[in-house]
Ligand binder design. Sequence first.
Ligand SMILES: [Zn+2]
Length: 255
Amino acid sequence: MLIDTHAHLTDPRFEGSGEIISNMEADGLERIISVGFNEFTSAYSVRIAEANEKIYAAVGVHPSDANEVGQGYTGTLKDLASSDKCVAIGEIGLDYHYENTDKAAQHRVLTEQLELVREVNLPAAFHVRDAYGDFFEVIKNYRDRLTAGAVMHCFSGSKETALVYAEMGFYISFSGSITFKNSKAGEIISALPLSQILIETDCPYLAPTPHRGELNYPKYVRFQAEKIAEVRGLKVEDVIKITTENAYRAFPKLK
Ligand SMILES: [Zn+2]
């Protein structure tokens, strides 16, 4: 069965996610990791996870929320990370996509959370968009502290970049964008060791083809498995089995 390793079940459009969770079995989903992007959605994700056996959480402040953090936010995240259901610190990283991003705030919040990663010894879930060069400059000084490993979520960089992180032992996670007509992800998927590939939806964003432009749901993670199967010449069921095993290895607290 499938695991959606990166979903935002806290999105108001999911209205508490009760329906998504009760349909998991029928949709072929065995686990979902609900990922926080600020203090509120991190706490909310842990709450959903603690109330539902098949849901797990990641806690962190997204680079686009770096300006909004309150004092002592890393203490709040640390408390949340102590939950049995919290499997990672994320999503954290750098995002230069939008103009007038406060790069200094993004760097400060990223490095503060990298300290937290070391303290709690959980895997890091990284969000990097239009910032792969700067991100590497930060991460190369921290790689020794990433003792529990890391995931490059919704990977959108080049094949060369993917291989650099794979070489460092990171997992490369693919979202619905790999199903888009103009996607160049095929050559990246072909080049990576299968044992380091994860799949995710990043829902409610980035619905895969044939649902592009609609609201995205965890069950659509199947389309990413289908795409990888097509590229690698494998059976979908084998890709599901491999990526699910990878998810349990990438996130040791995921049971
Ligand atoms: Zn996300």
